[in-house]
Write a protein that binds this ligand. Structure first.
Ligand SMILES: Nc1ncnc2c1ncn2[C@@H]1O[C@H](COP(=O)(O)OP(=O)(O)O)[C@@H](O)[C@H]1O
Ligand SMILES: [Mg+2]
Length: 254
């Protein structure tokens, strides 16, 4: 892959407590994501995945420790496209170009270019409600890329899509992140998706939110969801998740 050994995101003894919550949303998380690396954060609801991304984006302040992107430009994408419904596709992407300081004269060409990158040419004048869920996520991706980000934070961006559309989006994000040497932190609760996409899968665990394991996925790219090797590694991770649940059940029963 395009992963280097230059750290892009450093997480040092990172902990997060919301308000007076008795349980830490994150407890002493330590890891490094290198430039060009695609890391999937996998875990059940409540293990702190979204909190980790919010901290990486600087939307929240850690209770202790730090997360540092070394001044790199950060872009975010969520399950909901977050497109403004009253703006056309063109208007939505232009907004990001404007915020990135791209001169107005270049907007039109840049929008066309970005829509080519996400393989959705010619939809400039459509409004979000005229597009399918998959198309909206392609536009959301184009808008995020318009910010020229080096670090892409993705919080379950394909969770609401049907399986066929999701497979197509996996191919696109794999291609685009490789071409642009993006560093990607991708959150999911879908085991196969994590293995399909990640150079690494960081398995998290709730109560308090922490890292349970960190697995390198040394499979060649481009990958396909139905690769037997993906199924094999997904099985291992499923077993770890089942083990987590079993231990929790026992500690509640005790
Ligand atoms: N804004 C918030 N205020 C209070 N508690 C929160 C807030 N956001 C998340 N939490 C709590 O922090 C923990 C981790 O949540 P989150 O990061 O959303 O997990 P995940 O994305 O893995 O489902 C959960 O217990 C959740 O209830
Ligand atoms: Mg979440």
């Amino acid at each position: 892959m395009t992963a280097t050994t230059t750290p892009a995101v450093r997480v040092d003894h990172l902990s997060m407590r919301y308000g007076r919550s008795p349980v830490l949303a994150l407890s002493d998380v330590n890891l490094v994501v290198n430039e060009g690396e695609f890391v999937c954060f996998l875990g059940r609801s409540g293990c702190g995945k979204s909190t980790l991304l919010s901290l990486a984006a600087g939307l929240e302040t850690p209770t202790a420790g730090r997360i540092d992107v070394g001044g790199r430009r950060v872009g975010m994408m969520f399950q909901d496209s977050g497109l403004f419904p009253w703006l056309t596709v063109q208007g939505n992407i232009e907004l990001a170009l404007r915020l990135s300081g791209v001169p107005k004269a270049a907007w039109s060409d840049r929008v066309a270019e970005l829509l080519d990158v996400v393989r959705l040419p010619g939809v400039q004048h459509r409004r979000p409600h005229e597009l399918s869920g998959g198309m909206r996520q392609r536009v959301a991706l184009a808008r995020t890329l318009a910010q020229e980000c080096q670090v892409l934070l993705m919080d379950e961006p394909f969770a609401a899509l049907d399986a066929i559309t999701r497979d197509a989006m996996h191919d696109e994000i794999e291609r685009i992140s490789t071409e642009r040497a993006l560093t990607v932190l991708f959150v999911t609760h879908n085991v196969r998706e994590a293995v399909r996409l990640g150079d690494r899968v960081v398995l998290m665990q709730p109560g308090p939110g922490r890292v349970a394991s960190d697995l390198v996925v040394d499979l060649p790219r481009p990958r396909k969801m139905d690769d037997p090797d993906i199924a094999l590694r997904a099985r291992m991770l499923h077993d770890q998740l089942d083990e987590q649940s079993e231990l929790e059940r026992r500690s509640v029963a005790a």
